[in-house]
Write a protein that binds this ligand. Structure first.
Ligand code: ADP
Ligand code: MG
Ligand code: ZN
Length: 631
């Protein structure tokens, strides 16, 4: 069946080529047919006149300016060896005319025939239409070619653009194993069952076990979803078919679905296998949503996936692994039993896992004595596996640029700054601005140092980097799994510290605090709406249209609270932010001298580490504390 389908297009292809070639030939014949009758030799007009006056011409045929005829006795043409005698001849009438010709012909009793130039209607039709048939035919043919190529059915030929270029999917065998994946112990445990099954499907089948069909890998970008899927293939030692969701969606309608069909067909023949669909959310999104139309292609592709997964029979040991970082927007039909019903969640790595990831990615990197991966792991809170890989790479590049043969702790430190804060800018900043920025950052720093629940300070700098004019870096001592209300409030207060310091010192505000305000407001809003941290509204959550309008169903759903509630939410958010601003202003006011010391040190040194800040704060006089006590 399959073979038949494959060879058929090729056979008919060559037949069609012959057809077109034949047509082309016909066209030639019609156009140049008259020139293709050379067996009647051409003679000069004067030679003809001579024969005529000699009375040797028996008949002539005139067609426009062409004249042909036959002779009574052969005339000799050419000379020497090539001499031939001819009885038939043709010649061209002179364009200036020959007024005596007719009387001469009559005098010699020559039979005169005339022929009209008119072609038969059929000939006219063919000549008129043939070029169009050819042109249109060529276009139809070449566009079909293009489609076939996109759809994966095309074969080589003069106008095929090369099948190899169109990456339909990849079949690879994976040399990645679970050893190359750090952390993610739970995921590995869940997946090892799949590995066992793929290694020996019959064992499970004999026990009547229900076979796993689809596994959904869920996790933020860079947490190792692709890596883990490869590792499953590597562990089970089975072929791995991968295709990315976004690759399905291409220009030509119907292509996505045919690719899915093709992919599953190949994989089934190769079983046991793994099919890996990356970025499932780009096709598997809830059907019939989104802004505007034009989702037909996606829906067809999705439907095809569903149909293929339902079409697995008992004996086909194909496991489909899909990855997404947006499980919330997936079509419910994808997640129902029998499809992607198993979920494996890959979280951002915790400290121990980060250290393991560092160990994996520094396997080939020579490290200096002073590098402690434990410390690096501790300072990379919130990094994904991919971020850590990137960090190691950046550090190695920095070390390389300085011609070191080992990567030092300093390189990791610089690489971290670069990744977290962006590249240092060489902007000129006036002394006035520098002072304002210094006070702003000193405000953040002071709040971070003084508030008990705030994340500890790491360092503060007024070197412009990326988009920011300065930065106060804080680092949680431990990964936070759960955020308490008092922690969040302190965090907002730290965010507002910069603005409060500016207000207090310069009695003015700058636009530099805009980002701080935005973040503080967002955080306060989430406290109220998502985490039920407002007494006035109580333990209720309110949907806040958090999903991006292009990403899923949010847009279609109405607000689930009244205008009145919306007003209270706004009030509560404003109250939280305002209270924290008051707290920041009060704290900074009470510690004005410490603020001055910090700001001056910043103007002078531009960057201060936590230890330096601690020292400065301890050595500054106690009158600030007295004032605080008085307050
Ligand atoms: P995702 O598919 O989740 O976006 P990838 O699997 O493509 O992420 O991960 C990107 C890279 O990050 C991987 O190639 C790998 O080098 C590294 N990485 C991510 N997670 C881990 C991990 N747990 N252990 C080792 N390396 C990891
Ligand atoms: Mg990936
Ligand atoms: Zn700020």
């Amino acid at each position: 069946m399959n073979n038949l389908k494959k060879t058929l297009p090729d056979g008919s292809q060559s037949k069609r080529s012959f057809f077109w070639l034949g047509l082309l030939l016909l066209l030639f014949l019609f156009y140049f047919g008259s020139y293709l009758q050379p067996h009647v030799p051409e003679i000069s007009y004067s030679a003809f006149r001579k024969q005529l006056t000699e009375g040797n011409v028996s008949s002539v045929t005139v067609q426009e300016d062409k004249l042909s005829g036959s002779l009574k006795k052969p005339m000799e043409l050419g000379s020497g060896e090539n001499k031939i005698g001819i009885k038939e001849f043709r010649t061209i009438l002179p364009s200036f005319g020959d007024p005596k010709l007719l009387s001469l012909l009559e005098k010699n009793k020559v039979t005169i025939n005339t022929k009209s130039e008119e072609r038969s209607w059929f000939t006219t039709l063919i000549i008129g239409l043939l070029p169009w048939i050819l042109i249109i035919g060529f276009f139809v043919w070449s566009s079909k070619r293009l489609q076939q190529r996109m759809g994966g059915l095309g074969k080589g030929g003069p106008f095929s653009f090369g099948k190899s270029k169109a990456k339909l999917y990849q079949r690879t065998s994976s040399d990645v194993t679970f050893n190359d994946v750090a952390g993610l112990r739970n995921a590995k445990k869940e997946l090892s069952e799949i590995v066992d099954y793929l290694k020996d499907p019959s064992k499970f089948r004999n026990l009547g076990g229900e076979l796993p069909r689809g596994i959904l890998m869920i996790g933020p970008p860079g947490t190792g979803k692709t890596l883990m899927s490869r590792a499953v293939a590597g562990e089970a030692n089975v072929p791995f078919y991968s295709i990315s969701g976004s690759e399905f969606i291409e220009m030509f309608v119907g292509v996505g679905a045919s690719r899915v069909r093709d992919l599953f067909e190949k994989a089934k023949k190769d079983a046991p296998t793994i099919i890996f669909i990356d970025e499932l959310d780009s096709i598997g999104r809830v059907r019939g949503t989104g802004l505007g139309g034009g989702h037909d292609e996606r829906e067809q592709t999705l439907n095809q996936i569903l149909a293929e997964m339902d079409g697995f029979s008992e004996h086909e040991s194909v496991v489909v692994i899909a990855a997404t970082n947006r499980p919330d927007v997936l079509d419910p039909a994808l997640i129902r039993p029998g499809r992607f019903d198993r979920r494996v969640v890959l979280d951002r790595p915790h400290k121990r896992a980060r250290k393991e990831i560092l160990e994996i990615h520094t396997r080939k990197t020579p490290l200096a004595e002073d590098v402690d991966l434990e410390v690096v792991a501790a300072t990379t809170v919130g990094f994904s596996g991919a971020d850590i890989k990137n960090l190691v790479n950046e550090a190695a590049l920095l070390a390389g640029r300085k011609d070191k043969d080992k990567v030092e702790a300093e390189d990791f430190e610089l690489a971290l700054d670069k990744i977290r804060l962006g590249i240092e800018r060489e902007d000129y900043i006036s002394h006035e601005d520098k002072e304002i920025i210094a006070y702003h950052e000193a405000g953040h720093t002071l709040m971070a140092e003084l508030l008990p629940k705030a994340d500890p300070l790491k360092k503060v700098s007024i070197i412009p980097r990326g988009r920011a004019l300065g930065a106060t870096e804080q680092l949680p001592e431990e990964d936070r799994y759960n955020l308490s209300r008092s922690y969040l409030l302190d965090r907002i207060a730290v965010m507002l510290g910069g603005r409060s310091a500016e207000k207090l010192v310069f009695d003015d505000l700058t636009s530099g605090a805009g980002d701080d305000l935005k973040q503080a407001t967002q955080l306060a809003r989430r406290m109220v709406c998502q985490w039920g941290m407002s007494e006035k509204l109580g333990p209720v959550t309110f949907r806040q249209g958090e999903t991006h309008p292009f990403l899923g169903r949010e847009i279609a759903q109405p607000k689930d609270f009244s205008e009145e509630t919306a007003r209270i939410i706004d009030e509560e958010v404003r109250r939280i932010v305002q209270e924290m601003e008051e707290k920041a202003e009060k704290t900074i006011h009470a510690n004005r001298q410490k603020l001055d010391v910090l700001a001056q040190a910043l103007v002078e040194h531009e960057t201060l580490e936590k230890e330096e800040v601690d020292q400065l704060l301890n050595s500054s006089t106690g009158d600030a504390d007295e004032r605080a006590a008085a307050n």
